[in-house]
Design a protein around this ligand. Sequence first.
Ligand code: SF4
Ligand code: SF4
Length: 432
Amino acid sequence: ETELETFGANAVEDFTWKQLFDTDACTICGRCTSVCPAHLTGKPLDPREIVLKVGEVMTATGEAKVSPPVGTDPDITIGADSVFERITAEELWACTSCKACDEICPVNIEILDKILDMRRYLSLMESDFPPELGNTYRSMENSQNVYGLNQGDRGDWTSSLEGVPVIEPSGSFDHEYLYWVGCAGSFDDRNKKTSRAMAKLLQRAGIDFAILGPSELCTGDPARRSGNEYIFQMLAMQNIETLDGLGVKKIVTQCPHCFNTLKNEYPQLGGNYEVVHHSQFLMELIDSGRLSLDGASLEERVTYHDSCYLGRHNDVYLAPRSVIGSLGGIDVVEMPRNGTRGLCCGAGGARMWMEEHTGKKVNIERTEEALATGAERIAVACPFCYVMIDDGVKEKHRDGDVKVQDIAEVLAEAVEQTEPPATSTAPPTPDV
Ligand code: SF4
Ligand code: SF4
């Protein structure tokens, strides 16, 4: 008899012992729920309930018998060994994978990994995902980027710059760093400004780098976060083949999602590289004196919005603050929810590629908090935070007086203002 392979988590036995044990450890304190951006903005997701509902299904159907989670309603009936008897797809798809729940839980319950395992089941076994995500999957499969744009144009953002080498797939890589630009940095107009700023800063610091251009494919992050392991692995394997074939060792990237995937997830598939986020790299260049900021200043109030995949997922909180804080005259102010308690922009967990039909928009909740600081500039260190917060500022009609920028742009703009204006080398036009 052939046993069908299953992916993700549906029945109690699909969860690990730790995931099930978690359900008994929950103190029902509700801290996770109090910080969940989906819950705070009126979505049907309640992380505490996710934990307790898995526990309820375990109690009703598991062997050996265990006592129900504290506070379980005795009238709840569970007909089958499936968490979807108690948990809806809508709850799971509302999660931005921001990790705020895991971070605050006093007994270290991992809520996000349960949600992602259940999403994996929905996506791969049931094809039960928001329809708009289907377009993103098609783009990743057919065009190797999330936008469905022509991969051949991936390096076009460099056309206004000089001296950014684009590596041919069959060529060799004889540079110290690979600058991994990411889909947003390559194709999204707002984020192309970050890529150009970053390239100029790297050149100014004398860094020997190159980009892959059309040979750089989406890392697969949106696929993995939304449970489509098939597309994730397809893209990841191709990227690893390219990187290993070229002998790439060191990677710098401005996208925390690419950073997290390349650094923490590609090793699971045999791809091992030294990966740094541009905030860390820029901080190192400034601290070592390789990137001179002589006289660079910004007489403005600036607030920094933490990216979940840089902060909670990778513990990088200081570097982006240090980068903008190194400018003279700058007044860096914190939002009430910052650092480990930073509120998500709403784009993580592939939510960037899904519609937000219910409740208040997460990006508006976060943008209002940023605007309340009185900052004239909101600095970000993630291309998706960039889009979400910039859209939020526009929706609040504040784009006339508040600028959203990546930290590399903030830095490059201040540095450029210290440079003498370029003088024309063309001969003067004779008077006629
Ligand atoms: S990861 Fe974030 S959005 Fe998802 S349940 Fe936890 S707090 Fe809510
Ligand atoms: S924070 Fe942890 S212990 Fe408290 S309700 Fe949430 S999962 Fe349970």
